[in-house]
Write a protein that binds this ligand. Sequence first.
Ligand code: 5GP
Ligand code: MG
Length: 169
Amino acid sequence: REPKSVLGSDDVRRATTRMAHEIIERNQGLDGVALIGIQTGGVWVADALGGEIARIDPDSAVPVGSIDASLYRDDIGLRPVSPAAVSDIDFDIDGITIVLVDDVLFTGRTVRAALDALADYGRPRAVQLAVVVDRGHRELPIRPDYVGKNLPTSSDENVAVTADGVVIS
Ligand code: 5GP
Ligand code: MG
């Protein structure tokens, strides 16, 4: 299939800026809010959102971490597990609001696994979900709180998401 550019780098940046504003607004400031990117595609997005939030609201320090959900997947054993990804959460998640961050939301199974992985670290007050692209085809009752772009896709398509843009092929 011919690759089709859906968003350019400016669009991705604007979407990230908007989501940062929405996260600040929804949480009435950022007291007790942290971002956690889902390995591997969500890590740069969490960093980008953290950077935007710091730019918009320099007085609030929002911790950013990452989580590897691969050992918690319901299809473990059916597919290879990447050994490189690791979780990195150097703050206490008990009682805080976690914004889970990923590049693409598809069936929802990765987010379900990430929620399971997160439970090993403690009990957040609430968990929200931010994704750059929601491509549909959910298989679980999971919906994002913050969306860069709703992108209708067919199941066999692939969406490439980077800071340089979004390409569907
Ligand atoms: P799900 O678990 O919701 O089926 O799929 C979402 C996870 O798989 C995300 O962690 C995402 O990184 C990856 N993913 C699924 N579909 C795509 C896609 O089209 N493009 C990219 N870049 N990642 C995808
Ligand atoms: Mg991923």
